[in-house]
Ligand binder design. Sequence first.
Ligand SMILES: [Zn+2]
Length: 473
Amino acid sequence: MIGAWVVNKKVISGLNKEITIQTYFNEGNRNLSEEYLTLCERYINFYEKLIGPYPYSSFTVVSSPFPTGLGMPSLTYLSEKILKYPFIKNRSLPHEIVHNWWGNGIQPTYPSGNWSEGLTTYLADYWQTELTNKELAKEMRYGWLRDYTSISNEDERSLHNFTSRYHTASSTIGYGKSAMVFHMLRNLIGDSQFITCLQEFWLQYQFDSAGFHDIRDTCQKHTSIDLTTFFDAWIPTVGAPRIRIELGHDASSKPQLSASQNGEWIFALDVEISSQEQTHSHTSLITDRSTKLNLPDIKHDSLRVKVDPNFNVWRELYAHERVSTLRDFVVAKHPIYIQLDPNIIDGSELISSHFLEHQIKEKHRYKFNNQENNITIVFGGVHEIIERLNKLGGAIDFDELADKVDSEFLMVSTNISDTPTLMIGITASVTEEKLALLIRRARHYGKYSWLSVSKTGRTHKGQWPIKDQYFEF
Ligand SMILES: [Zn+2]
C-alpha cells in the first residue's frame, strides 16, 4: 500500500520489450485490480498487433477521487466511483491505452487540427464495439450522425479547427465526425490497406508530431484514389452531404439512377435497390455533385432505393431517421420552462445548472401557449406527465411502464404541436438534492429518447424507433 492506494503489478512481454502494468486503486476498488491488470494486458497486446510496439516501458491505472478521468503518457486516472462499470472497462480503458499511440506517442500538430481524438475513438471505443457486436457498431455510427443533427450551424467548426473538447458541439466534431472520417477512409481504401497505413504512420512519426496531411500522405502510398481531394473535402469544411437519388435515362433510354449531393464530398456510398423481383446492393464512389450509379438491368417499375442503410457516411440524416433524444435538449438554445404542478419543487434552477448547456429563456407556471415554437421543458408530477404522454400516444405505454418500474423520475423527449418538448416528471418524495443527482445522471443518457428511474434506482431507457427512408420511383 502506498499512501491511500493499494498497488498491484504485473510484468507482461510486449512485442519488443517487457512492459510493467500497475494499478493504484483505492481500498474500495482493490478487488477490481486483477481484472484491470488482465484487461490492460489484453488491450496492450491487441494494439501492439494492430498498430505497432507500445511506446513506453509501463502503463499505470490510478483510481482518482475526482469525477473526470485524465490521461498522460503511460498513465491514466479514472474516477474511483465508476471503475466498476462495463463502459469504463470496455471503452474508457482502451481509449486511454490507445492514446499512448495517438496523442502521446505521436502528438497532433494542433494548428492543423487534432486528429488524435477521432483516431483514438475509432480504434478504441468503436473498434472494440465492432469486434464484438456489429449491430452496436452501427448504432454507434448512427449516434454520431444523430448527435450532429442537434448542433447548430453557428456552433459547428471544421476538423481543421478542432483542438480539444470544450462543449458538446466540439466533441460531436472532434470525436464523432473525426472517427467517421477514419471510417470512410477505411471503407475507401480497404481494411488491410487501412491497417498497413496506421502501422506505417506509427513507425514514421512516433515520438514526433504529425498532422492530418501526414496521415493522408502515408495512406496515399496504398491507394490509387486521390486522397488529397478526400482530405480537402472533409478536414477544412463544415456541413455534411444531403444525398438525393434521382431517376433519369441514359443515351439508349434505359433507366439510370444517380446520386446527388449539395457539395463535393468524397465517400463510398452503399445503396440498396429493390424492385418487385429482387434486392440489389451496390457501393459507388461518390466524388461529384451528381454521380451515376452503375447498376445492371433495373426494371423501371416500382423501384425502392435505400441510401446508406448502415450509416457508413458522415451525412445529414433524413427526417425519418432523426429520432428525438434527450441530448437535443441538453444542447438546446434558450428553452422555455413550464412548471405544471405547484405542489412539487421548482425544477428550473437544477435543470439549468445540471442538464442544460444554455440558460432557460423564459419560465412559466402551469399554463403557457408557446407561440414561438421554442424548445420546451415541461416539469410536473410523474402521474400528470404520464397522463399527458399517453394522450399524445407513441411507441410505449407509459402507464404500463410506470406500473412496472414504480417511477420516481421520468424524462421523455417528444413533440407537441411540432415543438420539441422534454417532459420531466418526479414524485413528491424527490428532494432537491435527489433531483440534482437524477438530472446529472440523465445527462449521461443523452442518446436515449426516454428514461425512467424507479424508487430503488433501477433505470429503464429507450430510443424511439428509426424509420427507414426510401426513395421510390
Ligand atoms: Zn481521448
